[in-house]
Design a protein around this ligand. Structure first.
Ligand code: C2O
Ligand code: CU
Length: 502
């Protein structure tokens, strides 16, 4: 036990106990980390989720997705029972353009209720796929909405009440890419699966017979796996045939925060959760907490090989960073450049025709709300599906002041909107936090001021969620609900307090 720091005073007992368990486990493994990631050979071609087929019916682009059970070889030679959409693990990539009306026919072939939430999407609350829109086993659900937001790398995943961690961890997740005038005309790699590559990063624990295990010891911050998957494969490589490659990075893990970059080169950050930045920003790495995305463009020389790496994550003032994954460093994806590379232009784009209308202005904010996160509560409350915590009036611009008051990692996510981070502890955000966001890692004891506007889609009876995107925290009730109403209208009093499909 020597060298294991004691949890500081005042830490919740459950958390402290968890840390001690982790610390003990860590002594037997790698000093300095309780959650090391195994080294692997990079010999597996990166699987690229297929683009989902769709058909256009009466002007609506219709997709279908079936949540199902299956078996996957996540680790070579080991068969693991998994869940996926239209396959055994993960799901196809949906893709649509701004202005299009879409519909998704969701079928639940699982033995238990699930839901499909469109993370980052601006849409009516009844289409959002949260805990109020669960789909029973054998049931179907057909949300439809018009895409009305900038080009972005969004994603979809289940959101059943109290069961999100298990469903996502078993494999239910996929990307939803949006295009617009700016992204289509941009000088950015855009050949899907070739030089425009989805990179879904997730960590797992497999037991001896290959079954996916969730850490139920109560240890913070939840499950940190020793197996890291990229699009469902360990040790994946991708063959690069052009000078530049765009990586659409998604942290689809339950608890781990990654610090992704290349040890031997910088990269251009071009987009965050909700879309393109104003201009590319050269960065060494990007920190991604669960739920966050980033698009980066990387340059390669002919014939060379490099690896996307997760550096020791900068978690801010968390207690015992090594217990939170902060000392773990490992490779995620190998890029192998061909001997001859086709030229690719420098990343550049001009603003969308919608940019002025989309812009958020701090001067317009008329409402400020504060959100204090402790170990499992937001403003002293846990999730209650029958309670509306916040009521926003349509057309208003608001500032949400969010602060984690405990030395634990949290990842704050708001449904329906993309926000701008106005400041972090009063300072302007760093470039990686200056673009459109729907999820943000909260460094403990720092105040994040988020600017957002509730444009449309009023419904006093069906709420949107805000919550911690560390999935174990979320399932334990670190979540609240808000509705968007007409001026003068009140939140409904008959909000359905039960999960389930009506
Ligand atoms: Cu990605 Cu409420 O979730
Ligand atoms: Cu949390």
């Amino acid at each position: 036990m020597s060298g294991v720091p004691r949890p500081p005073r005042g830490l919740p007992v459950r958390v402290a106990a968890g840390l001690a368990v982790l610390a003990l486990a860590g002594c037997a493994l790698v000093p300095g980390s309780v959650s090391p990631v195994d080294e692997v050979e990079f010999t597996h071609e990166l699987p690229v989720p297929p683009l989902a087929p769709s058909r256009v019916v009466d002007g609506t682009r219709v997709f279908s997705l079936t949540a199902q059970e299956g078996t996957s070889e996540l680790v070579p030679g080991v068969q693991t029972p998994t869940w996926g959409f239209d396959g055994p693990y993960l799901g196809p990539t949906l893709r649509a353009e701004r202005g299009e009306r879409v519909a998704v026919e969701v079928t639940n072939d699982l033995p238990e209720p699930t839901s499909v939430h469109w993370h980052g999407m601006h849409l009516p609350a009844a289409m959002d796929g949260g805990p109020h829109q669960e789909v029973e086993p054998g049931g179907t659900w057909r949300p439809t909405w018009r895409i009305d937001q900038p080009a972005a790398t969004l994603w979809y995943h289940p959101h059943p009440h109290g069961q999100t961690e298990k469903h996502v961890y078993r494999g239910l997740a996929g990307l939803f890419l949006l295009d617009d005038d700016a992204s289509v005309a941009a000088d950015l790699p855009h050949d899907y699966g070739v030089d425009d590559v989805p990179v879904i990063v997730q960590d797992k624990v497999l037991d001896d017979d290959g079954t996916l295990e969730l850490d139920d010891s109560g240890a913070e911050p939840g499950t940190l796996g020793d197996v890291v998957l990229t699009n469902g494969a360990t040790g994946a490589y991708h063959d690069v045939t052009s000078e530049r490659v765009r990586l659409r990075l998604l942290n689809g893990s339950t608890a781990r925060t990654y610090q992704l970059g290349f040890p031997d080169r910088r990269m251009d950050l071009v987009a965050t959760d909700g879309g393109l930045l104003e201009a590319p920003v050269e960065v060494d790495d990007v920190r991604l907490a669960p739920g966050e995305r980033a698009e980066v463009v990387v340059r390669l020389e002919p014939g060379e090989t490099t690896r996307l790496h997760s550096f020791e994550a900068e978690l801010g003032g968390v207690v015992v960073p090594f217990a939170m994954g902060g000392n773990d460093a490992f490779d995620v994806l190998e890029l192998r450049a061909a001997d001859r590379l086709t030229p690719s232009p420098e990343p550049a784009w001009t603003p969308s025709a919608h940019a002025a209308a989309d812009a958020l202005h701090a001067d317009d904010a008329t409402v400020t709300r504060t959100f204090q996160l402790d170990d499992r509560q937001i403003n002293g409350r846990r999730m209650d599906m029958g309670r509306i915590d916040e009521t926003a009036t349509v057309g208003t611009t608001e500032v949400w002041e969010v602060r984690s008051t405990v030395p634990m990692p949290h990842s704050f996510h708001v449904h329906d909107v993309q926000f701008r981070i106005l400041s972090v502890d009063g300072d302007p955000p760093p470039p990686a936090l200056a673009g459109p966001k729907d999820t943000v890692y909260l460094e403990p004891n720092r105040t994040y001021r988020l600017l957002m506007r509730f444009e449309d889609y009023t419904d006093p009876d069906v709420p949107y969620m805000f919550h911690c995107h560390m999935l174990w925290h979320e399932d334990q009730g670190m979540m609240g609900q808000f509705v968007v109403v007409e001026p003068g209208q009140e939140a409904g009093t008959d909000v359905d307090g039960h999960a389930g499909h009506h």
